[in-house]
Design a protein around this ligand. Structure first.
Ligand code: SF4
Length: 213
């Protein structure tokens, strides 16, 4: 894969999945949502995030809740007890060290308990509008099939490979486009290669002709 081919892929996907006018998420809401979303279905995350945000609409309000109260609200989420503990710790740090404001740098975000690169990048792009590419399952699957990354690559390596192919000013659309494509066409199981608008650029398609193994 080279920059020119990547540019064509993104252009084609932009036509296929026009970018909606996203309103920026509040950083606190993005942080809560991404912590809760780890290993949990999107619908469950959305529902439970709303319930928690209703009970505590700021880090200061979350600090006042007990771990048990948080756990009771987020119970439908996987690993809810661990996540309740983390959320409480995160809220405490944000209130004590950042005066209740969500940090704006990757390093500060990643120093919060249980907050990894994916959560940090999600907050940076969706709340602060930074030009970063969060790597989730869809981005990982599509990147690997296209031949951008390899099976063994971890978060940092996939992101570095994408960054090397996409100019900084275009990076904020990459997650959206690859996630849409991953959900609708390049599904983890049974990708619809015959209907794929970027199949001529795809390593997987060239190797398999779209047969799923
Ligand atoms: S051709 Fe198939 S594997 Fe390649 S990007 Fe399209 S759907 Fe995914």
């Amino acid at each position: 894969m080279n920059k020119k081919a990547m540019g064509k892929i993104l252009k084609t996907l932009e036509k296929q999945y026009p970018m909606p006018n996203f309103s920026r998420e509040k950083p606190y809401e993005a942080l809560i949502g991404t912590v809760l979303s780890q290993r949990t279905l999107d619908q469950t995350t959305d529902r439970v995030s709303q319930a928690l945000l209703k009970a505590a609409d700021s880090p200061k309000a979350l600090v006042k809740m007990t771990e048990r109260q948080i756990a009771r609200i987020i119970r439908p989420i996987n690993f809810y007890k661990t996540k309740a503990k983390r959320l409480k710790q995160i809220a405490n740090i944000i209130v004590k060290e950042y005066g209740g404001r969500i940090p704006r740098t990757r390093e500060e975000l990643m120093s919060l308990p249980g907050v990894g690169p994916k959560t940090s990048d999600a907050v940076l792009i969706f709340s602060y509008g930074k030009q970063v590419i969060p790597i989730d399952t869809h981005v990982q699957v599509v990147s690997e099939r296209l031949g951008i990354s390899d099976e063994k690559d971890g978060y940092k390596k996939i992101q570095a490979k994408l960054n090397a192919l996409v100019p900084e000013r275009k990076r904020d659309s990459v997650n959206y486009l690859l996630v849409e494509h991953g959900k609708k066409i390049c599904r983890k199981h049974l990708p619809k290669c015959g209907a794929c608008v970027i199949n001529k650029f795809c390593r997987y398609y060239a190797r398999t002709g779209g047969e799923y193994f």
